[in-house]
Design a protein around this ligand. Structure first.
Ligand code: ZN
Length: 263
C-alpha cells in the first residue's frame, strides 16, 4: 500500500529540488541537457570567479527565470505543500513556494526574486520586478546599491559560493524538528537531500522520497522509509485531500483502505 501522511504527522517538512518546478519550464538549468551544458560561456558566468564582469549575464539569466516563474505561477505540487502547512527547504530560486502560500521557506540557493549588493558585507536587498534584459533596471532594481554604491546582483548562489548561513541554520532546525520529512523534485541521493534526510530520520522523522523515477540507491541507502514512484503533482495533492478529509471528519479514516487514491 502506498504511503500517505497520517494524523500523527504534525510537522511536515518538504525538501524540494528543480523537478518540482520542471513543468513551468524552469527545470532545464542543470543536468546533461541543461542550459549550462549547452552554453559553456553561460556556465562560466555562473561562477563566483567571473564577478563582476558576469553581472549582466546574471541579470539576463536569473531575471528571465524569475519572469518565467512569475508568469507561470506555482504547480499543483507547490499548492499542495502550502495547503498542508508544510515547512519548506528548497534548492529552487524561483519563489514559487512563497507564491503558492508557503510562509516558512529556507532557500538554500538564494532567490531570483531578490536583488542584493555585490559586497557580501552590505545589508541592502530588495525584491525584484522581473523583466527582460541584462541591466538591473530591467528587473526593477537599481544598478548601484543605495547603501554603498557597489553594483547590485540577483541573490542567487553561484558555483563556488557559500550557501547562505541563515538558510542552512533554518534547514537544519526544520530537519531536526520534522516528524515527516519528504523529498520531492530531487533524486534524494545528492546533497543536500543526501545529508538532510538521514538527519531527519535519525531525529525520529519518517522519511519519504517522491520521484517519477527514483534512483535505485534511494531504496538501498537507508535514508528513506518510503520511496514512492510517482508524479509529485499527483501524489502531493492526493495527500492534501486526504488530510483535509480527516480534518473535516475526524472519524473518517482514509488510511484504512476502501478509498482509491485519485491518481
Ligand atoms: Zn551595498
Amino acid at each position: 500500500m502506498s504511503f500517505r501522511p497520517g494524523p500523527q504527522h504534525r510537522r511536515i517538512v518538504v525538501l524540494s529540488g528543480a523537478g518540482l518546478s520542471a513543468r513551468t519550464g524552469l527545470g532545464t538549468f542543470r543536468g546533461p541537457d541543461g542550459l549550462w551544458s549547452l552554453d559553456p560561456q553561460l556556465e562560466e558566468a555562473m561562477h563566483a570567479s567571473a564577478l563582476p564582469g558576469s553581472i549582466p549575464a546574471l541579470w539576463r539569466v536569473w531575471g528571465d527565470m524569475a519572469r518565467v516563474a512569475a508568469a507561470h505561477g506555482p504547480t499543483p505540487g507547490h499548492f499542495a505543500i502550502a495547503r498542508m502547512g508544510a515547512q519548506v527547504i528548497t534548492q529552487n530560486v524561483d519563489g514559487l513556494h512563497q507564491a503558492a502560500g508557503s510562509e516558512d521557506v529556507a532557500e538554500l540557493h538564494g532567490s531570483a526574486r531578490r536583488a542584493v549588493c555585490l559586497d557580501p558585507r552590505c545589508p541592502w536587498s530588495a525584491p525584484l520586478v522581473p523583466g527582460e534584459g541584462d541591466r538591473a533596471e530591467d528587473h526593477g532594481a537599481p544598478s548601484a546599491c543605495p547603501v554603498c554604491g557597489a553594483p547590485t546582483r540577483p541573490d542567487v548562489v553561484l558555483f563556488d559560493e557559500q550557501l547562505p548561513a541563515a538558510a542552512i541554520d533554518r534547514a537544519l532546525a526544520l530537519t531536526r524538528a520534522a516528524d515527516l520529512f519528504v523529498v520531492v523534485g530531487s533524486s534524494g541521493v545528492v546533497m543536500p537531500a543526501a545529508q538532510l534526510a538521514p538527519r531527519a530520520r535519525a531525529a525520529g522523522a519518517t522519511t519519504v522520497l517522491v520521484d517519477i523515477d527514483p534512483p535505485r540507491e534511494a531504496s538501498r541507502g537507508g535514508s528513506f522509509d518510503h520511496v514512492l514512484r510517482g508524479d509529485a503533482h499527483e501524489v502531493l495533492p492526493d495527500w492534501e485531500r486526504a488530510r483535509r478529509d480527516v480534518a473535516a471528519n475526524p472519524f473518517l479514516d482514509p488510511f484504512g483502505g476502501g478509498r482509491p487514491a485519485q491518481m
